[in-house]
Design a protein around this ligand. Structure first.
Ligand code: CA
Length: 239
């Protein structure tokens, strides 16, 4: 039995049915809400492990649902939005959503997003997040020393690249918007820096991906931002 309880917030019944059928087939436990007020109540009373949240709800806005739930909980929230609602998606991520899925989506996509949230959950619950060393596949960050290593080789990063890498690592599994990253890296002057961020990200990426076989640590979300993916700990091939 899948141990995770998922709260599904969706007013569109066919979409809700698709999600519940998929979750049932994969042994997830779930509860549903067809509007925002019910979603907040269900989240508070059942303490779900993950929330799938449609942004366009009949009563209160999905963004407000995120704000309310975030006032007491860090539960992973995956927002569901239509393709035309890019702005809403970005706002939702800035408000503390973890990830997003765009309608129409496939069953495979939905399950993949849930697995990402599960990996993030296990990272949050393990003490690893508070430790002075961050490990992800072959990537290691030694926060105390202020150094990062790939395959045990020290990465030569500029201070800004290091800062970006740490920010992504501290939010591993979560999509961070351009605004979130630039604000955290450059502070108040962030607005002029989205273009600059792209340049730094390209450089950082190149340093993290020294060959085509290397796992991709940083995922680009076009028009939205970036995410550090949790990379499986693979056996390093000797041949
Ligand atoms: Ca809707």
């Amino acid at each position: 039995m899948n141990p995770y309880l998922v709260l599904i917030v969706e007013d569109d019944q066919p979409v809700r049915n698709l999600i519940t059928t998929t979750l049932k087939a994969h042994d997830y436990r779930y509860i549903t809400a067809a509007n925002g007020e019910t979603a907040v109540i269900e989240a508070a009373s059942h303490n779900p492990d993950m929330i799938l949240l449609d942004l366009g709800l009949p009563d209160i806005d999905g963004i407000e649902v995120i704000q309310r739930i975030r006032s007491w909980s860090n539960v992973p929230i995956i927002v569901i939005s239509a393709r035309s609602e890019d702005e809403d998606k970005i706002e939702a991520l800035d408000m503390g959503a973890d990830d997003y899925i765009t309608k129409p989506f496939s069953v495979g996509e939905l399950l993949a997003r849930l697995r990402v949230a599960q990996r993030r959950l296990s990272l949050i619950s393990s003490a690893g997040m508070q430790e002075s060393v961050f490990l992800n596949g072959q990537l290691m960050i030694d926060y105390a020393a202020g150094c990062a290593y790939l395959n045990q080789n020290e990465l030569h990063l500029t201070p800004i690249e290091y800062k970006i890498l740490c920010l992504l690592a501290q939010n591993v599994g979560k999509v961070l918007t351009h605004k979130y990253i630039t604000k955290n890296v450059w502070g108040s002057s962030w607005e002029n820096n989205v273009g600059t961020l792209r340049v730094f990200m390209a450089a950082l990426r190149k340093k993290l991906q020294t060959s085509a076989q290397m796992p991709q640590y940083i995922q680009t979300h076009v028009g939205i931002g970036y995410r550090m993916q949790k990379v499986e700990n693979e056996h390093v091939s000797n041949g």
